[in-house]
Design a protein around this ligand. Structure first.
Ligand SMILES: [Zn+2]
Length: 277
């Protein structure tokens, strides 16, 4: 006798299909309300506060404009009376709206100044005296690695004017050798201590491979600029000495920030001295 199939298997199949659908739906729901996912969605829609721009961190209200591209080489002013004399510069002849930042001696070794130079991409030239820098060459190697240029400021920081040729030559050439061994490159710029020099200095500098003696037209003190000659405003091409031979407060960072604000106020920016001379 044939028996009719019981509905149980069909019901069971239907039930299982429904259960599967339900499970899938539930699983889908469960996934969509997963707390980790919800957290992720929440994090993705959260508005992060804008990171503070470097120029703002260092006390400027607007970024420093980029300096013009590398200028074409130009003949140096103050053409030497004879090729054996190094020219002396207080400004660089240019119509670019740029000035140049120079620092002497290397007495202050503030690690945060390295951060400032790096974050602002500040082109600076550092004139170093061996006996002042002492064991601090590592600090200046870090500055060099973030873009600073290292130049010559004698071995012992004497006033060179009036000294005999051998003594002047020893001061300049000796520091050329020291800086080459420390930084891998012989400087081509020289700043005489206290800005004093004579014709012997120019001859000795030339003999040591120096192509320009770099003085300054403006000097940045604790709060403001002073000028060695000409009008009391910054002009394109001015060389600025920041706190020459001083270690009194405020420190380099504060002085530099104040100086940068003054440079910006006069519609100028900072360029790399070594791109121009
Ligand atoms: Zn000095």
């Amino acid at each position: 006798m044939r028996t009719r199939p019981t509905p149980t298997p069909r019901l069971t199949l239907a039930a299982m299909t429904a259960l599967t659908l339900l499970t899938t739906t539930l699983t889908g729901c469960a996934q969509s309300v997963d707390p980790i996912e919800r957290l992720g969605k929440k994090a993705a829609t959260r508005v992060n506060p804008p990171a503070q721009a470097p120029y703002h961190r260092w006390g400027l209200t607007t970024p420093l404009p980029a300096a013009p591209p590398h200028p074409a080489p130009r003949p140096l002013p103050g053409t030497p009376d004879t090729p054996a004399l190094t020219p002396v510069l207080t400004t660089i002849p240019t119509t670019d709206k740029v000035v140049f930042l120079t620092y002497d001696d290397g007495a202050e070794r503030d690690p945060r100044f390295v951060d400032m130079v790096r974050e602002l991409r500040l082109p600076v030239s550092l004139f170093l005296t061996d006996t002042v820098v002492g064991p601090g060459y590592g600090h200046f190697a870090r500055l060099q690695s973030v873009g600073a240029n290292i130049q010559n400021h004698t071995l012992d920081h004497p006033a060179l004017r009036g000294l005999p040729y051998p003594g002047q030559r020893a001061e300049i050439c000796g520091q050329q050798d020291k800086l080459r061994s420390r930084f891998g490159r012989r400087p081509h710029l020289f700043r005489p201590p206290y800005g004093t020099y004579d014709i012997t200095t120019r001859r000795a500098a030339a003999d040591c491979g120096i192509t320009a003696i770099i003085l300054w037209r403006a000097a940045m003190g604790p709060t403001h600029l002073t000028y060695t000659q000409g009008s009391p405003h910054l002009h394109p091409g001015d060389i600025i000495a920041v706190a020459p031979d001083e270690t009194t407060p405020p420190g380099l960072r504060t002085r530099t920030a104040r100086l940068l604000r003054q440079i910006q106020k006069q519609g100028l920016t900072v360029a790399r001295l070594e791109d121009y001379v």
